[in-house]
Ligand binder design. Structure first.
Ligand code: ZN
Length: 492
């Protein structure tokens, strides 16, 4: 048994190395690579992907998993993640898998053009193909309650559509009226246009995230077009951000990506080079980026500490802006068209809209030609503003062109979970407020590492959440948090 186990571990380590090399090549492509390297880099990434995939779906891995089934049963935790991954990968014919990759590559540029021109008709054939391929993908699986479950499962293993629907219904019921109440609070935020010198943005971002746990011996922070976090090992974390002199979103981006990075960095070293060396799901990952960005980075105690030095670092923009005005500006709730620019509260309505439409697409009731009209009607219903064109409406996100259906809900699930985890941390560490005011965040970091990060993918996402917060996903703490924060900001 021991030998078979070592054999499986060695094979999985090889695959893991290839996957991490792939991630690093992607990081290099978006951060470092001179532009003409693109075509060959694409081929290199495809090669590694094919080799890693073939090694993983091999019969030998299946035999090893079978041989080790009794050992798996004897463990005190649910360790079937690798088996599930293997079974899922085996069920998708490689022709279908490569057709999906090819279709996504073709659709990307058409989508970008369609978005620029607000031309949904141009994008429609590619969207139809992406949906058709995803339907075939869904057909590869059985045992799901509804088709959308198969899509969700790729990002949030074990999560059911019905569960997400129930949680989102509650969120929508609470948020739509709350946003109508507080979303009209105006303020003079003209100073937010800067100027924000970009070298000062970089210096300040680094100063903040180093307090969070960014260690230059294990982390980097670089510039890219669409920020993300990547890693090749727990001690090699690559964060990316972007700077523009007329806005200061980079600071929140740095905190957000740092949250993702701290999660990967905190996985137990004993899991290094195994398939368990990763955050457990998209929603749990997002809960950590949101926790550091919003619950810490938009809080009063955080700014009680940082505002004086922040103001000093950006005298042109902030000389006449007191801390309260700054705090209100970064927490302002105001319905807007673009999801990625949305505030903490309205963001969720952008997600719920997409989640509902995706279900209708795969539930079979929606004709894709009607999508823009449906989008616009529902957007106005939820956010109270009419959509002027498809560029800022149905065409704004890249996800659907790449067949990424099922991903959107994990963003809001992450918001919900972030507050569940936060409440636990605050209960265990009652003086967090004072620590933040003193510029200290190590205890929160340590708590999160012990209770969540170190687990990696050892447990299922549901078991992981259960261990950290003592129960399943629950929207109520998040709703309570938003209600308290936003009503305190509204005029009496
Ligand atoms: Zn994120």
């Amino acid at each position: 048994m021991r030998e078979r186990y070592e054999e499986l571990k060695a094979r999985l380590a090889t695959i893991h190395d290839l996957r991490r090399a792939q991630e690093l090549l992607f990081w290099d492509q978006t951060v470092m690579m001179p532009p003409k390297g693109g075509p060959v880099r694409g081929a290199q990434l495809t090669t590694i992907d094919r080799i890693a995939h073939d090694l993983f779906v091999s019969d030998e891995i299946g035999r090893l998993l079978d041989d080790l089934a009794p050992y798996e049963e004897s463990l005190d935790y649910d360790s079937d993640g690798t088996r599930r991954d293997w079974e899922k990968s085996r069920r998708v014919p490689s022709e279908l898998a490569s057709e999906m990759v090819g279709a996504a590559a073709e659709a990307h540029d058409v989508w970008a053009q369609a978005r620029a021109e607000s031309n949904f008709a141009l994008f429609l054939p590619h969207l139809e193909r992406a949906v058709e391929l995803k339907r075939r993908y869904i057909d590869c699986f059985d045992g799901y309650d509804e088709p959308y479950d198969a899509l969700l499962d790729d990002y949030e293993p074990g999560m059911k559509t019905a569960e997400v629907r129930a949680v989102f219904e509650e969120l929508k019921r609470e948020l739509v009226p709350l946003i109508k109440d507080v979303g009209s609070v105006e303020g003079d935020d003209a100073f937010m246009a800067g100027p924000w010198p970009t070298d000062a943005q970089h210096a300040f971002s680094l100063q903040v995230i180093e307090r969070f746990g960014f260690d230059p011996r294990s982390f980097r922070l670089d510039v890219t077009v669409h920020p993300f976090a990547a890693s090749s090992a727990t001690q090699d974390i690559r964060l990316t951000t972007r700077y523009s002199p007329d806005d200061i979103t980079s600071l929140f981006t740095a905190m957000h990506e740092c949250g993702h990075g701290l999660y990967e960095h905190g996985v137990s070293p004993t899991l290094e080079r195994t398939p368990l060396c990763h955050g457990v799901s998209s929603a749990l990952h997002e809960s950590q980026s949101r926790l550091w960005e919003n619950l810490v980075g938009r809080s009063r105690p955080f700014w009680n500490h940082f505002y004086p030095s922040f103001q000093a670092a950006f005298p042109e923009a902030l000389a006449d802006v007191d801390q309260e005005r700054w705090y209100r500006a970064i927490n302002r709730v105001k319905p807007s068209y673009i999801r990625v620019d949305a505030d903490e509260a309205t963001y969720n309505l952008h997600i719920i809209l997409r989640f509902e439409l995706e279900q209708e697409i795969f539930g079979g009731s929606l004709d894709l030609r009607d999508l823009p009209e449906l989008w616009n009607a529902r957007f106005e219903e939820y956010l109270g503003i009419p959509v002027p064109n498809d560029t800022v409406g149905v065409l704004q996100d890249v996800h659907w062109s790449g067949g990424g259906f099922g991903y959107f809900p994990t963003y809001s699930l992450g918001n919900i979970i972030s507050v569940q985890i936060w409440e636990r941390a605050v209960a265990d560490l009652p003086d967090l407020h004072d620590q933040f005011e003193a510029g200290e965040f190590q205890e929160l970091h340590r708590w999160l590492r012990t209770n969540l990060y170190s687990l990696g993918r050892k447990f299922t996402p549901q078991e992981t959440l259960e261990r950290v917060v003592g129960g399943p996903i629950d929207a109520r703490p998040y709703v309570r948090y938003l209600r308290e924060k936003l009503t305190a900001l509204a005029p009496a």
